[in-house]
Ligand binder design. Sequence first.
Ligand code: GRG
Length: 291
Amino acid sequence: MLKNKLKLNAKKIDIFIKKYIDKQKKSLLVNPMKYGVLSGGKKIRSSLILSMGKLYDINPNKLLNICGAVECIHSYSLIHDDLPCMDDDKLRRGKITTHIKFGEATAVLAGNSLLTLAFEMISDRKFNTKQVHKLEISKKLAECSGHTGIAGGQALDLEFENKKKKFNEIINMQKKKTGKLFSFCCFAVGIVAGKKKLETNKLSKLGEDIGLLFQLADDFLDIKGNSKLTGKIVKKDKKKGKSTIINLHGYDFTYNYAIKLKKNILRKLKKHGSKANDLINLINFILERKY
Ligand code: GRG
């Protein structure tokens, strides 16, 4: 049921992104960009945005530019993450990685172009929200993607390899590397809903925790997951000396921590009653997912 919903959402966002790129002038980077961002990938951040929208009765079509932008940034981070100078991976979403298919230089440029495309989508005239909302959303997206967000988290992840880091240092790294983009998703919906700072701050924190939960599940999949289902090579973290909570405290400790984190997230959604049903299902899926 939820899996079908996720697939439908992913298809909708793929169509939006494809149309958006196809309306632009052609370039040598169009094919590698499409390869990196379309066909494949759960588009779970978009599903988060759409189910957050339900809390505030927002028409899903009003959120498509935010979904497109988030998926462009996410795919950009994956393309760069797979490069030889980063995690050096050859398989992603069940396909060879962008740099293996098109070469490293093209993969770097396609990634960079997806980053800038994200900001085109947010500043687009057809994105039906107030100008001041677009400004706030752009600023937050930049903060969550750059050195205080994903890129900064990735720098820490690489820095921490083969080092014994403390629990809080690892959590902080994972909150940046993965949590910040989820944080952006929840914040942006709050802005479109016209929420004040107090509420959007709470939404940012909620999103960061959902992102941390997602990253912990990713770490579980690296140990117990199946390459055919995840579409990527598993059992890499230990070999690469990655600093994860599992490598520090073991699987069971980490799973119990994740259960507590999930309960805490679900508790915060109670006030929304049945409007939060989709979101609750998504959060349960995030922890128990097999792909
Ligand atoms: C993009 C700002 C920016 C900088 C580049 C390389 C890098 C810096 C950051 C890497 C961040 C990264 C890869 C985090 C891991 C997040 C994660 C768990 C990815 C897997 O996400 P899924 O499962 O992937 O949603 P699909 O394939 O479903 O889209």
